[in-house]
Design a protein around this ligand. Structure first.
Ligand code: SAM
Length: 330
């Protein structure tokens, strides 16, 4: 019986953070200091967790972090994952989210190793704004080169994630429309969520789906595209002439928890059933105490059963999780 939670949602999508180290210090994610815990497991330990999860019906695996490309052995890790088969005998849909800083040299090896698709985070197409957000000088050209290398390598589709923050980059919306059309990539705007180390989130900083749609449409009329799947997180749009694709992920203004198919494994081996869970379930501790694969599977089933109905951002009494995105894995 594939994994289901108590609301009947099938859990088919895993995000696994393989490190909590990152070479960027994005203002909406990290403090300016090096606050990471460096509590990474060995890649073999993550592989064992994924193997058990795949036996329970996980079909999509997204490798994330921290910054996954900082992890030595990441290409071999992808290669191992590409050998995994679902109980129906199909290959995994293998994706990665990266800041792209090290991607130019790694795009082709990752594709050869079996990575299916890639998402690169890039929060401005203006190099000075990019540096202000990431707090790293001269990263922009590297990330751009990484995006282009991923396209050349045939990682398809290449998606570019942009978190919009009022006062930082809301003036980049139209520029990203142009970028999608010129570079042939899918751009996805993500509403800023209260998951940052610096506790700067407020509803006023969030640039909402409605505002993004208004701004893009004033530039060029938009046409909405149908979702690729029920559990799709992004509302999808193209322009009138069909050139370019813009997605908007709106967990704050238009939550989509009802169709959530995701669980996460944090870099220190804990299962997180929702980005906004207030506690994690320590799968790694079960491994350390010598659990067999069958026992791990039972543990996972029991944890998934408890998955939250939805998040409560913006509601009275909302409590921000103690761990930020860099530890959870985006
Ligand atoms: N280092 C990689 C990267 O930059 O893509 C992977 C990890 S990062 C935590 C994954 C994604 O989470 C990125 O696209 C990032 O923009 C997004 N993210 C981080 N903090 C966020 C927040 N508070 N709200 C919305 N998205 C956030």
């Amino acid at each position: 019986m594939p994994l289901h939670d108590k609301f009947g949602r099938a859990i088919t999508d895993l995000r696994i953070a393989i490190t909590d180290r990152c070479n960027y210090r994005c203002v909406y994610c990290r403090t300016g200091n090096d606050g990471a815990q460096y509590a990474d497991l060995s890649l073999d330990e993550y592989l064992r967790m994924v193997r058990v999860l795949v036996s329970l019906g996980i079909e999509k695996v997204r490798i994330t972090g921290g910054e996954p490309l900082l992890r030595k052995g990441v290409v071999g890790f992808v290669e191992e994952l590409s050998q995994f088969r679902t109980p129906e005998g199909t290959q995994l849909d293998l994706a990665m989210t990266t800041n792209g800083h090290l991607l130019e040299e790694m795009a082709e090896p990752l594709k050869q190793a079996g990575l299916t698709r890639i998402t690169v985070s890039m929060d401005a197409v203006d190099p000075a704004k990019f540096a202000r957000i990431t707090r790293v000088p001269n990263g922009f050209q590297r990330v751009l080169a990484g995006i282009r290398a991923a396209k050349r390598a045939g990682l398809d589709p290449v998606k570019v994630n942009c978190v919009l923050l009022r006062g930082f980059n809301e003036d980049q919306i139209v520029e990203f429309g142009r970028f999608s059309r010129d570079e042939g990539v899918i751009v996805r705007f993500i509403e800023f969520m209260p998951l940052e180390e610096d506790r700067v989130w407020s509803p006023e900083i969030v640039v909402t789906l409605d505002e993004i749609v208004r701004t893009l449409s004033a530039w060029k009329p938009l046409r909405e595209l149908p979702p690729n799947a029920l559990s799709e997180t992004a509302r999808r749009y193209t322009f009138e002439d069909g050139v370019g694709e813009m997605g908007i992920i709106a967990p704050v203004s238009h939550p989509f928890c009802g169709h959530c198919s995701r669980i996460r494994i944090t870099s220190d081996g804990k299962i997180r059933t929702c980005l906004f869970s207030l506690f994690d379930h320590d799968l790694y501790r079960e491994m350390l105490r010598g659990a067999t694969d069958e026992e791990l599977a039972q543990y996972i089933r029991a944890v998934v059963e408890k998955k939250e109905a939805r998040h409560h951002i913006g509601e009275p009494g909302f409590v921000q999780p103690s761990r930020s995105m860099v530890h959870i894995g985006g």
